[in-house]
Design a protein around this ligand. Structure first.
Ligand code: DGY
Length: 333
């Protein structure tokens, strides 16, 4: 007797061998075993005949790709952010989209705080100085940075990760925490985070350290540009662990050059992995290559959750973390 063919899926980026092995128990898997990103044409070509795909923020899933891949049923992003997905187009075509919330919250909030500390206390700048052999003597004001404890922490975007950053600031560093978000948190969550809701203008004017954790969308594009930077304290630091494009990188480089704000810590960039050339020339910025969720434990959990979503959907018609759950209802109907 012939064994029925397994459904075919695509894994668009290199993932952990154990994740691939689990997927292979259920599916005929084609996978990208390199860290190179496939062009859109190559992605479309490799998706032919595939009912599912694991993607990252580098693979754009929009109407054109969907029209060219009619048998696709599920795309699972190995990321909590999903601005690479055109969700209305996915939903219109009845394709389930999933992401990886929760499993990365605390790890990413840790990194947000690492950047606050590194930026305020000039960790990278002073390390470069030391490595360059420039440290000849100690001085009282050498690399004197900004205080972190007992200052005002501002958070733009108060989802799960923003709340994690807030808890660290309020409870670990005795900071006054203020936040701005599309919608205000309920009183119990505000109390647990030790956070107070303010307007965006108040946030910009009052924060000593401003952390951006807002999802990227047309509405948040350049949410921090020249006008917003001009409203911040000249002693303030800015940290972006959300997405490139939320900050106008050219305007930020200018503000850092002019010391309009003291310093910035950036994990994400407009057009990454390219980085605005001016940012590479200013000393008062800490730059990291989109690693806020990068611990092995968390990255494994993200890959596993994406795999779980594809397995659950294609074998049982359900999903753990759907972005467009209405597709589940329609599939069951
Ligand atoms: C996320 O999960 O969205 C991270 O930014 C990794 O892409």
């Amino acid at each position: 007797m012939n064994t029925p063919a397994k459904p075919a899926i695509l894994v668009a980026r290199r993932v952990f061998p154990e994740t691939l092995a689990r997927l292979r128990e259920h599916f005929d898997v084609e996978s990208n075993d390199t860290d190179g990103v496939w062009s859109q044409d190559e992605l479309v070509q490799r998706l032919q005949g595939k009912v599912g795909a694991l993607t990252t923020g580098s693979e754009r899933i929009g109407p054109e790709l969907l029209a060219a891949c009619p048998v696709l049923k599920v795309v699972a992003n190995i990321a909590v952010g999903y601005n690479n997905f055109d969700v209305p187009a996915l939903t219109a075509q009845g394709v389930l989209a999933t992401n990886t919330p929760d499993v990365l919250t605390e790890t990413t909030a840790d990194f947000g705080f690492a950047l606050v500390l590194a930026t305020a206390r000039r960790v990278a700048e002073s390390e470069h100085y030391l490595r360059a052999g420039l440290w000849k003597q100690w001085a009282l004001d050498m690399f004197a940075g900004a205080e972190v404890h007992a200052t005002t922490l501002g958070i733009l975007g108060m989802g799960r990760i923003g709340q994690g950053v807030a808890r660290r600031g309020a409870h670990g560093f005795g900071m006054k925490v203020i936040y701005h978000n599309r919608s205000r948190l309920d009183a119990a969550t505000e109390a647990a985070c030790g956070a107070t809701y303010v307007s965006k203008a108040e946030l910009l004017a009052q924060a000593d350290h401003l952390v951006l954790v807002v999802p990227y969308s047309a509405a948040s594009h350049h949410a921090i540009g020249a006008a917003e930077l001009a409203q911040m304290k000249p002693t303030a630091t800015l940290v972006n662990i959300a997405r490139g494009g939320i900050v106008d990188d050219a305007a930020l480089a200018q503000a850092l050059k002019n010391r309009q704000i003291a310093a910035a810590g950036l994990d994400v960039f407009e057009g990454e992995p390219s980085v605005h050339p001016e940012l590479l020339t200013v000393p008062n910025v800490v730059l990291t290559p989109h690693i806020a969720s990068a611990t092995l434990k968390t990255r494994r959990a993200m890959a596993e959750l994406a795999a779980d979503n594809v397995i659950a959907f294609l074998t049982q018609g359900r999903a753990l973390t759907p972005i467009n759950p209405e597709v589940l209802g329609a599939a069951a109907a």
